[in-house]
Design a protein around this ligand. Structure first.
Ligand code: NAD
Ligand code: GCO
Length: 270
């Protein structure tokens, strides 16, 4: 099955997914492999979860590779190495998913430079400079690359104690608009898939405290806090030929939470 038979297929493609060893990134890696692409996942360590993702990629008949790197460092320390290692494995790699990211909760008045900087390095600078490195290579080789960032509903809606995270995800939404304008003339597409809350190793502990899962279900129109597979399928669409005219967009994958004016008066008082 090729792109000309099925616009949603990624057959014959090769992808790199940062933060691809667990959670949202692992779901993206699995979905991209299911759609037909070989996948390199980048994670902070080689652990059981990373090996499960590689096994799943290979079960789909695709090649799966792991790169270990600390992406919380300033990008100049790792970007050249990742580009070289990726091209060594897959010289025609044309799909980049800048998914890595985290949040560290802290009241704004107590936020420190180191936590802020780690958040911005992982959530913003990593994707910015990896995209620059791949784009330079693609333009030289005439490859029409496709880039998807993992944003967040927190790029548009604020949460207490999430100021650094919210700032970083707002930057991701602005970045995909800017990179779209810079790279679309070269045939390179840049978009973002922005999840609402989904269950991952990062969010699981919070969901299981203070009835957060129940609260989120009540405040989401479709009543669901899903697993991260919903993110994977959305990213496949954005990477695929089916999205060929979609540039610079942030696609919310949030069960409708971001469009719901809350609290909804009739249910509160009816
Ligand atoms: N889980 C959610 O509800 C949710 C919602 C919106 C957006 N997101 C976004 O999805 C992305 C992934 O979140 P998640 O919930 O899957 O997180 P997670 O902590 O479960 O997974 C993080 C991944 O990033 C990698 N990683 C973490 N620190 C790293 C480092 N220093 N160097 C290299 N790799 C590192 C890990 O190896 C892992 O593969 C983030 O950008 C996050 O902001 C998540
Ligand atoms: O982008 C994200 O990872 C999520 O939106 C989280 O920020 C949750 O909203 C939070 O964990 C709930 O308290």
């Amino acid at each position: 099955m090729t792109e000309s038979d099925n616009a949603f297929s990624l057959a014959g493609r090769q992808a790199l997914v940062t933060g691809g060893t667990q959670g949202v990134g692992a779901a993206i890696a699995r979905a991209v492999a299911r759609a037909g692409a070989d996948v390199i996942v980048v994670g902070v360590r080689d652990d059981a979860s990373a090996q499960e993702v590689l096994d799943d990629i290979r079960r789909h008949g695709r090649q799966g590779e792991l790169l270990v790197a600390d992406l919380s460092q300033p990008p100049q320390r790792y970007v050249d190495d990742i580009l070289a290692a990726a091209l060594d494995r897959f010289p025609d790699l044309g799909l980049l998913v800048n998914n890595v990211g985290t949040y560290i909760d802290r009241p704004f008045l107590e936020m420190d430079w180191s936590t802020y900087q780690t958040t911005m390095n992982l959530n913003v600078a990593c994707g910015y400079f990896l995209t620059q490195a791949f784009a330079r290579h693609w333009i030289t080789k005439g490859i029409e690359g496709r880039v998807v960032f993992t944003g967040s509903i927190n790029g548009m809606l604020a949460e207490a104690d999430h100021t650094a995270y919210d700032t970083s995800k707002g930057a991701v939404a602005a970045m995909v608009r800017s990179l779209c304008v810079a790279l679309a003339p070269h045939g390179i597409r840049v978009n973002s898939m922005a999840p609402g809350l989904v269950r991952t190793p990062l969010t699981g502990p919070a969901l299981d405290q203070n009835r957060l899962q129940e609260w989120m279900e009540l405040h989401t129109p479709n009543g669901r806090v899903p697993d991260a597979d919903v993110c994977g399928d959305a990213v496949v669409f954005l990477l695929s030929h089916a999205a060929r005219h979609v540039h610079g967009q942030t696609m919310l994958v949030d069960g409708g939470m971001s469009v719901w004016q809350q609290p909804d008066p009739p249910s509160q008082f009816g």
